[in-house]
Design a protein around this ligand. Structure first.
Ligand SMILES: Cc1cc2nc3c(=O)[nH]c(=O)nc-3n(C[C@H](O)[C@H](O)[C@H](O)COP(=O)(O)O)c2cc1C
Length: 200
């Protein structure tokens, strides 16, 4: 059967979207200020930057303008508090393309003070289903941020979650299906990464 011609809009979207390998993971590590200290090979490959260009740079080097600020506030509040957080993030590559990931970010603790001394993020490709669920919410949050700042988006997000009767964690777990196979995937990649940690 002949394929339906795609609209110009769809062409543009497809051209800019980086298709991630669902079997690979993207790992990066930062200091407590979010300065990149390490990125695995897939991180450099997908971001389009060299290792030298990434190391020492703030992690917002790959921040996509479509991402609402409130999501990063949630992330930072959580990890500074010594806890991990899952998030769906749209990232920007050096050449202006984008890629969606499911991310778990967690602190590493200083053995003496027991305070976070660095942070690590583990990521894998977000499916189209996950993107379809999260994108309209992010668009709404961003729109609100443009008109009434992060206070507005925070309020909207609280209302959105209250209406569903869930916490952020419960909501995101449902969106990404973390209870099942994904959890196993993250735990596996963490084990592999931690085993090789001495190489960083
Ligand atoms: C370990 C770690 C990984 C991060 N990964 C990303 C990322 O993949 N993309 C991103 O935009 N921000 C990431 N951030 C958040 C950035 O530090 C930053 O808060 C975000 O890009 C928003 O930039 P802004 O604070 O300048 O608005 C990460 C932070 C940490 C601690």
């Amino acid at each position: 059967m002949p394929r339906m011609p795609r609209t110009a809009k769809e062409e543009t979207i497809d051209e800019n979207k980086i298709q991630l390998d669902p079997k690979k993971y993207i790992v990066s590590k930062t200091d407590t200020k979010g300065i990149i200290e390490y990125g695995n090979d897939y991180f450099t490959e997908i971001s389009g930057y060299t290792n030298a260009e990434l190391l020492g740079q703030p992690h917002n080097i790959i921040r996509h303008p479509d991402m609402p600020k409130i999501i990063f506030k949630l992330l930072w509040d959580r990890i500074k508090d010594g806890k991990n957080i899952y998030a769906v993030i749209k990232n920007l590559s050096k050449d202006g393309k984008y890629y969606w990931v499911i991310t778990e970010t967690e602190p590493n603790f200083d053995a003496l003070t027991n305070k976070p001394e660095s942070y690590i993020a583990y990521r894998k490709a977000a499916s189209d289903k996950v993107i379809k669920e999260i994108e309209p919410l992010y668009q709404k949050l961003l729109e609100i941020e443009k008109s009434s700042g992060m206070e507005g988006s925070q309020k909207y997000l609280s209302g959105f979650l209250n209406e569903k009767g869930v916490t952020y964690d419960k909501y995101i777990a449902k969106v990404i299906g973390i209870a099942g196979i994904k959890k196993v995937f993250f735990n596996t990649m963490k084990r592999i990464f931690k085993k090789n940690k001495h190489k960083i």
